[in-house]
Design a binder for this molecule. Structure first.
Ligand SMILES: *Cc1c(COP(=O)(O)O)cnc(C)c1O
Length: 245
């Protein structure tokens, strides 16, 4: 939820990150507005700060202003920055994850949002057992059926969930999706329907607590359609300064 932890929020020209504070205030305001309009007051909508290409000092400033959740795309980049992070924020892996890299993050992150195959889930389970922990995961759906995107096709979802549910040290907490840029509202609605349908199935050991959907350009629309976790990069930190997928 939106917490602004600084006492006074005057724009401070001395602070090189004052734009991040302004952005964060605007996002909080928009999230609260969308929630008031479309959702019930007891629902919680988490704001994740997506950190790719962002310097640790800037990330730590966002944490000092109330951000409590970080989203990491690349294992390599994360490993190079994590020691400089303020450890009060939780970290979720949200990017495509190769099975041979799970070992680097198994004890670092509190959730892996990008599980889209039984192979990956089994490797997470194997390492979770070895490290005596349980890993929370979301199943990522390729809701736009885009060839370039990760995520499982919606048609294979039930089977994957049933298989992952058998793994003792992996716990499914919900679903994640990246609706295609500029797609119609029907795609968000479809994702919400899938989420509700899986919840309805009530598979033992599987909870549908979190629908992770919405980025800088579409988070209000995502909240309208049931999102409980929005992943914000550029609207918070500004434009990323190199090209990426
Ligand atoms: C980069 C990224 C985001 C944030 O994108 P913005 O448009 O910069 O907000 C969210 N989710 C995932 C999976 C990403 O890779």
């Amino acid at each position: 939820m939106c917490q602004l932890t600084a006492q006074e929020h005057q724009k401070d020209p001395q602070n090189e990150f004052s734009d991040v504070l302004e952005n964060y205030k605007r996002i909080c305001y928009n999230v609260e507005n969308a929630k008031a309009k479309y959702r019930s007051s007891d629902e919680n909508i988490q704001i994740m700060a997506v950190t790719k290409t962002v310097a640790p000092e800037k990330i730590n400033f966002a944490i000092s202003q109330g951000i409590t959740l970080l989203g990491e795309n690349r294992v390599q980049e994360y490993l190079s920055k994590k020691d400089q992070y303020d450890k009060t924020a939780q970290v979720h892996m949200i990017g495509r994850l190769q099975t041979n890299k799970v070992k680097y993050i198994i004890n670092e992150v509190s959730m892996i949002q990008s599980v889209d195959s039984i192979k990956l889930a089994k490797e997470i389970n194997r390492l979770a057992v070895k490290n005596d922990r349980t890993m929370d995961v979301l199943i990522e759906i390729n809701i736009g059926d885009e060839a370039s995107k990760s995520g499982i096709a919606a048609s294979g979802l039930d089977e994957l969930i049933d298989e992952v549910a058998q793994l003792d040290n992996v716990r499914i907490k919900g679903l994640m999706a990246i609706p295609p840029i500029g797609c119609g509202e029907d795609v968000f609605d479809k994702m919400h329907s899938i989420f509700l349908r899986v919840k309805e199935r009530s598979v033992p050991g599987v909870s549908m607590d979190i629908l992770s959907m919405g980025m800088s350009g579409d988070y209000e629309l995502a909240i309208k359609h049931g999102s409980g976790l929005v992943r914000i990069g550029t609207a918070l930190f500004g434009a990323r300064n190199y090209l990426e997928g």
